[in-house]
Design a binder for this molecule. Structure first.
Ligand code: NAP
Ligand code: GDP
Length: 293
């Protein structure tokens, strides 16, 4: 990003489709921004104030707003817990499409800050399946297993309620876990891959983990953001599961990651009860047949 983490002005460039993204600095926000810019969009992103720069994932696509003819991505300060800031930017930007990706998205952390998680996430809308037996589709009953997932359920139903009451074009993407090198470092895939690299070059010897038997339907975020966009290009709003329909345990992930560099995970991984959650969604495997457009 340029020298100052300033937010830019809100004026739109005439004739272009305009997208507004909450959570633009997150993993998904950064991939979605690249996708939309490549497809000719003007992208406005809402960032929340932090005492340090929090734009590392989008620095490579940021252009100083003083270079107005080139800058198709614009950043503005707002917060999901501050309705007036959201209203202000919606009214100023008047976007064609809104992608609500902002969240306190860490499940284990949501047990420690449940009120804040509900504040931020209940106004978002994505993952929410817990102990419902797999495969989980749009028709599966929700059984959330954390304050995060319960908040996502609320967000899901807010969206459905407003869609039915006011005919708003609003869709829920029910996305199963999706990963990339930009995944937050305290999520299990990035925690493991980062540790593998550090162990291989001698910077670390042990990796402390929790439940290795949990199973996840892990996909790639680049595919998921394309699915988000496709949902908004449909004739009617609807809700869609986005998943790979394949599920693997954390232990299997460990095996693949360590063997990739010729190491044995059992020599380095140590179970630490601290990383177990008070409740867990054990077995996640999506049924995304409805989303095969
Ligand atoms: P992420 O990397 O944690 O990004 C979350 C984004 O929300 C960040 O830009 C964060 O900003 C922003 N944010 C947090 N609190 C905010 C607040 N109070 N006001 C405004 N912005 C705030 O999450 P992600 O992996 O990109 O996921 C994107 C969305 O998909 C989230 O809603 C997540 O719950 C959902 N989801 C993700 C997955 C997955 O596997 N990745 C699966 C299902 C659903 P800072 O970084 O500056 O804090
Ligand atoms: P989540 O599915 O959104 O909670 O994504 P995470 O990447 O945080 O966790 C995926 C699975 O890995 C969950 O079942 C966790 O319980 C399990 N897991 C095992 N050890 C760890 C760990 O050390 N950190 C995290 N984040 N998850 C772990």
């Amino acid at each position: 990003m340029a020298s100052e983490n300033e937010s830019s002005r809100g004026e739109a460039i005439p004739g272009r489709r305009i997208a507004l993204i909450t959570g633009i600095t997150g993993q998904d926000g950064s991939y979605l921004t690249e996708f939309l810019l490549n497809n000719g969009y003007e992208v406005h992103g809402l960032i929340h104030r932090s005492s340090n720069f929090n734009t590392q994932r989008i620095n490579h696509i940021y252009i100083d707003p003083h270079n107005a003819h080139k800058a198709r991505m614009k950043l503005h300060y707002a917060d999901l817990t501050d309705a007036s800031s959201l209203r202000r930017w919606l009214d100023t930007i008047r976007p064609d499409e809104v992608y609500n990706l902002a969240a306190q998205s860490h499940v284990a952390v949501s047990f420690e800050i449940p009120d804040y998680t509900a504040d931020v996430v209940a106004t978002g809308a994505l993952q929410m399946f817990g102990s419902t037996p797999p495969p989980q589709s749009e028709a599966s009953p929700f059984h959330p297993r954390s304050p995060y997932a319960a908040s996502k359920c609320a967000a899901h139903w807010y969206t459905v309620t407003y869609r039915e009451a006011y005919r708003i074009f609003a869709s829920n993407g029910i996305l199963f876990n999706h990963e990339s090198p930009r995944r937050g470092e305290n999520f299990v895939t990035r925690k493991i891959t980062r540790a593998v690299g550090r162990i291989k070059i001698g910077l670390q010897s042990k990796l402390f983990l929790g439940n290795l038997q949990a199973s996840r339907d892990w996909g790639f975020v680049g595919d998921c953001v394309e699915a988000m966009w496709m949902m908004l290009q449909q004739e009617k709003p609807d809700d869609y599961v986005v998943a790979t329909e394949e599920s693997h345990t954390v232990e299997e992930f460990l095996e693949v990651a360590f063997s990739y560099v010729g190491l044995k995970w059992k020599d380095h991984a140590v179970i630490d009860k601290w990383y177990f959650r008070p409740a867990e969604g054990d077995n996640l495997k999506g049924d995304s047949s409805k989303a095969i457009f």
